[in-house]
Design a protein around this ligand. Structure first.
Ligand code: PEP
Length: 246
């Protein structure tokens, strides 16, 4: 199966000039055999970045209408966007997104033939209280409610323990812990759908990935790729991460 490395630029960089430069350099330098490299940029830059595998970081749960400040699936499609991050923990935390909103967004994305990148994962408190399985199961079950087997194959799932995101070299999720979560996610998909579907769905890891740990996750955690935040803003670092997949 083809691996996928996704850059999540979050609310960066500060100017169109920097965004264009980083995007074109990533397209030239961050390459590996049998790997798709996707860049999820802020909305304002999307129409101005020319290239394949472009992603957004959010979408409106309705197709059009009176939703001030929102951006629709149709607008994103028109700009050539192919992927959209949904349910990132920062959106759940700061913008109160819940599993019902996330479910609506996944449905509208699939209808528009855009690929949702669904982020799930437990907080530190939940992890310490040994609630990880319940949290993951609820997030998956509610986010994928009423989504058909044929469609769920186009959803990319990312296990992102909230406590391991943006840790700046601090707390990392071990490869073993990641693998346990990935296996558990596939088990839930298999229960919700079937074994074949759970084998096809891509499951990625995200949380303080850098060029020192990326190969270990890819080789030993049974992931199909990585979602990379901070390290994706550093061209050299991001290129090394992409190359480490080989
Ligand atoms: C993310 O934003 O999805 C992420 C994984 O960030 P970081 O790599 O900075 O932890």
């Amino acid at each position: 199966m083809k691996s996928i490395i996704i850059a999540n630029w979050k609310c960066n960089p500060n100017s169109l000039k920097e965004a264009k430069k980083l995007f074109s350099e990533v397209n030239k330098k961050a390459k590996a055999k049998n790997t798709d490299v996707v860049v999820c940029a802020p909305f304002v830059y999307l129409g101005l970045l020319k290239g394949k595998n472009l992603g957004a970081q959010n979408v409106c749960f309705e197709e059009k209408g009176a939703f001030t400040g929102e951006v629709s699936t149709l607008m994103l499609k028109d700009l050539g966007v192919e992927y959209v991050i949904i349910g990132h923990s920062e959106r759940r935390k700061y913008f109160n997104e819940n599993n019902l909103d996330i479910n609506k967004k996944i449905k509208i994305l699939l209808e528009a033939k855009l690929k949702p990148i669904l982020c799930i994962g437990e907080t530190k408190q939940e992890f310490e209280a040994h609630l990880k399985p319940e949290v993951i199961e609820t997030q998956l079950t509610e986010a994928l409610k009423d989504i058909k087997k044929e469609d769920v194959k186009n959803v990319i799932i990312v296990y992102e323990p909230v406590w391991a995101i943006s840790s700046n070299g601090g707390e990392n999720c071990s490869v073993d812990e990641t693998m346990t979560s990935v296996v558990f996610i596939r088990k839930i998909i298999s229960e919700l759908y079937n074994r074949d579907t759970s084998d096809i769905v891509k499951v990625l890891y995200g949380g303080s990935v850098n060029s020192f740990n990326s190969a270990d996750y890819i080789k030993n955690a049974r992931v199909d790729g990585l979602l990379v935040g901070a390290s994706s803003l550093d061209l050299e670092e991001f290129s090394l991460i992409v190359k480490s997949v080989e």
